[in-house]
Write a protein that binds this ligand. Structure first.
Ligand code: SER
Length: 593
């Protein structure tokens, strides 16, 4: 079975079981300042897991695009990816363990669905500790369905507990399903033969909220959150050795192969890094990310430049990233309509590749200067330097954008070593200092629903409407990031905004606040929402139900919420800063005082 079919079947199965199919949320979490990317299917659903009603009901299913960069250096082996798709189903206070496990079992083993022999499966359940009891209930359900007792392992919190995604939030014990990937007939279980069993699906029984003090309080409602790795299951169903041999990657690998004389089998690592990184970057570009030195843009730049370097390793001399991006778009635009902005995505790729090429040239020039310095030190003082210091390597990286890998490569050519540890220390010091600290943010946290952020969230809608009024209808939201202290809003606009325009925008928002207008929420289909004049990121697909927040006559926008009840609650709106975020995108930071 191909990945495309698996995606379709999963959603179809859960639809039959009364679930509403919801679109993948964008890769950039909205209104969550603590993480850069959506990392799991449950991530966009946090407010609903905490008790807010979801407009599409209490049973949901989706195929969510995700990015995790924690293992970025592992990409190139058989299984690690930065971009992946997670199929999931959710019960928001609806069904619990029994149905969740029964659904998983039926989908995996029924002839009508995946038809996996029960003998190929093993499961794990939570062994219990001071926070939650041993999960005998799940084990009993698995047994009743036909999973033999010796295929069930009881494991600790380290393995059988999921969440919270950050420091606090919904979490709970989970039960995981594994597929036999060992040699010969399946035997043992996850505890006895860990390496022979590969995790394919995780059913989380989200019934606790981890608080700031570290205690686990029962949630208002008992939820189910499941996640099935599309790439992993596609791999086993296709009988492929790894994900790069499935239909998710094969056409991309073939495209790379057409650009080089080095065969895939001679350097699979470089091929895989290029395929994974450029696929992730294509999806980032589709969600409006532009390569830069900050936050998501920084991650995108890092992925693209690493892919370009591996392209050079394969002897690809021409600019090629747009060719791979085009392939990714053609492969996946059916499932992800946002990829249809092909021209814009390809332009982003071409610009970045050209920019990088300039960077490499100036970096090489600086490297030559460094070498000259070493030669002079030898000539004038007889001092033979054999190592590039961490600080020097970091300066090349930080000031000239020259990647550390290239410094190491160039150093080797001249029989020099590089103090990589020293580089790492200088890098970490810099990360600590610059608030960019992109990787740090992956450790994550959850959406903050405090009063302060809720007020700023409502103010963001007013700002969006004001910008469209003052600057024109071309203004579109490109990103939003809210903390309890301030809002940050990125939007499309080609030029700097004049002080007069900014003060007009402020005036509009403050008039709205002073009008004390009521904030009304209603649910409707995307089509109705569009017809009613609501603006917003129309990520949702045809027929999907969405929430519309109506702050008439000031703003009407599709959004998940939450918002204040009355605009009068906001206080006074003040713009603190207006700047460029990336090409064609402006950024405004503002506060409520
Ligand atoms: N949140 C769980 C996971 O990411 C299940 O979806 O594995």
């Amino acid at each position: 079975m191909q990945a495309k079919e698996l995606r379709k079947k999963y959603l179809e199965f859960f639809k039959e079981k009364g679930h509403a199919i919801i679109s993948s949320a964008p890769l950039l979490p909205e209104n969550d300042p603590t993480v850069l990317f959506t990392t799991a299917g449950m991530h966009p659903l946090v407010p609903y897991l905490l008790g807010e009603p979801h407009p599409a009901g209490t049973r949901l299913t989706s195929c969510q695009k995700c990015i995790r960069t924690g293992d970025i250096d592992e990409v190139g082996d058989d299984s690690h990816l930065t971009f992946f798709e997670m199929l999931g189903n959710w019960s928001l206070g609806d069904y619990f363990k029994k149905e969740a496990i029964e659904f998983s079992f039926e989908f995996l083993t029924s002839e009508k669905w995946l038809n996996i022999p029960v003998n190929m499966l093993a499961v794990t359940v939570f062994e219990g500790d001071d926070d939650a009891p041993k999960d005998e209930e799940s084990a009993k359900i698995w047994k009743s369905l036909g999973i033999p007792e010796d295929r069930i392992s009881y494991l600790s919190k380290k393995d059988n507990w999921w969440g919270p995604a950050g420091q606090t939030g919904p979490c709970g014990p989970d039960s995981e399903m594994f597929y036999w990937v060992g040699e010969g007939e399946p035997h043992g279980n996850v505890q006895t033969n860990e390496d022979d069993w590969m995790e394919i699906w995780n059913d989380v029984f989200m019934q606790y909220n981890k608080t700031e003090s570290g205690t686990f309080e029962p949630l208002k409602q008992k939820n189910v959150d499941t996640g099935l790795g599309l790439d992993r299951v596609a791999t086993v169903l296709m009988g492929a050795k790894n994900v790069f041999e499935t239909d998710l990657f094969k056409p991309i690998i073939e495209k790379i192969s057409a650009l080089t004389n080095i065969a895939y089998s001679d350097n699979p690592t470089s091929y895989r890094i290029i395929a994974d990184h450029l696929r992730a970057a294509t999806f980032m570009a589709a969600d409006g990310v532009k390569p830069s030195n900050l936050d998501q843009g920084y991650v995108m730049r890092r992925l693209m430049r690493r892919a370009i370097r591996h392209g050079k390793t394969l002897g690809i001399e021409e600019n090629f990233t747009h060719i791979i991006a085009k392939k990714v778009i053609h492969l996946m635009a059916d499932s992800y309509p946002e990829l249809q902005h092909e021209e814009e995505i390809l332009k982003t790729f071409t610009l970045e590749e050209e920019q990088f090429s300039k960077t490499v040239h100036s970096g090489l020039r600086e490297f030559e200067k460094l070498l000259k310095g070493f030669e002079m030190a030898f000539k004038n003082a007889g001092k033979k330097i054999t190592e590039i210091s961490g600080k020097q390597a970091f300066k090349l990286y930080d000031t000239y954008g020259f990647p550390i890998e290239m410094t190491i490569e160039e150093a080797k050519k001249h029989n020099l070593t590089v103090d990589e540890k020293g580089f790492q220390e200088a890098f970490e010091e810099h990360q600590k200092l610059s608030r960019a600290g992109a990787e740090e943010k992956f450790k994550g946290g959850l959406q903050d629903n405090s009063e302060a952020t809720t007020r700023l969230h409502t103010a963001t809608h007013l700002l969006h409407a004001a910008l469209r009024k003052v600057l024109g209808d071309h203004v579109e939201q490109k990103g939003s990031n809210i903390t309890a202290e301030r809002l940050r809003f990125d939007f499309s606009h080609p030029d700097k905004i004049s002080p007069e325009q900014l003060s007009e925008v402020e005036k509009y928002v403050n008039e709205a606040i002073q009008s004390n207008a009521e904030v009304k929420m209603s649910t409707m289909s995307v089509e109705e929402a569009k017809k009613s004049g609501a603006i917003g990121l129309f990520e949702s697909k045809y027929g999907e139900t969405v929430k519309v927040y109506d702050m008439s006559p000031w703003s009407k926008e599709i959004c998940g919420g939450p918002h204040v009840k009355n605009l009068g609650e906001l206080g006074t709106f003040k713009i603190k800063k207006e700047q460029s975020s990336s090409a064609g995108i402006r950024r405004i930071k503002a506060v409520l005082i």
